[in-house]
Design a protein around this ligand. Structure first.
Ligand code: ZN
Length: 200
């Protein structure tokens, strides 16, 4: 049995400030630009029977995939599922972004390597790969996250903005393009806000 629980303590749920929007997500503490809220839930195969049987959640599903192919949809079960979308772009403080699948090994700092079958250095954690899976804060998180695009002060409502392009890609089951990946890589390269732990 899969038991899912939202465990991010930095947020709370309350009545949205947007008229008619129902509940929304608010910050308990300051969330710095570049930090992120993981989107957690359960994945179903895109177009599969479980996807069809969870049609009640279609308006809330996220495209979820580790390798750039959107072959799964995530039925959100945490805070990410009720983040509201701002009417005005200027109200937006988070954006849906794709986190990298692997990060530089934090034990050897990426120096572990295998050369001609010989280990040059082995930290014991990444087994000579120099890279390791990105640590998740919640085991039910996917690669897609709500990333803060500016500092968010305590008590502010977390507001996204519909990314029509990504939404369409998810609906079509098409791949993450290199252009999208470049955008994200560029963002990571700024090495801001402690996000450099995510870069390879
Ligand atoms: Zn290592």
């Amino acid at each position: 049995m899969v038991v899912v629980e939202e465990t991010d303590p930095r947020f709370y749920v309350a009545e949205s400030k947007l008229p008619g929007a129902g509940f929304g997500v608010f910050t308990k503490v300051k969330v710095n630009k570049g930090d992120f809220l993981e989107i957690i839930g359960v994945c179903v195969k895109f177009g599969g029977m479980a996807d069809k049987c969870t049609h009640y959640a279609n308006a809330y599903k996220f495209a979820a995939e580790p390798d750039g192919q959107f072959v799964h949809s995530l039925v959100p079960m945490g805070l990410g599922g009720i983040v509201n979308q701002a009417n005005e772009k200027s109200q937006q403080n988070v954006a849906i972004m794709h986190l990298p699948e692997t990060v530089r090994c934090d034990t050897c700092n990426g120096t572990c390597k295998v050369d001609n079958g010989t280990f040059i250095a082995v930290c014991g954690k990444c087994e000579g790969k120099g890279m390791m899976p990105r640590p998740k804060r919640n085991p039910h998180a996917i690669r897609v996250a709500y990333v803060a695009i500016r500092d968010i002060e305590p008590g502010e409502e977390v507001l996204g903005n519909y990314n029509k392009k990504l939404g369409q890609m998810a609906a079509d089951g098409t791949s993450w393009t290199s252009e999208d990946q470049e955008e994200w890589d560029k963002f990571l390269k700024r090495k801001l806000y402690g996000l450099e732990v995510l870069t390879g």
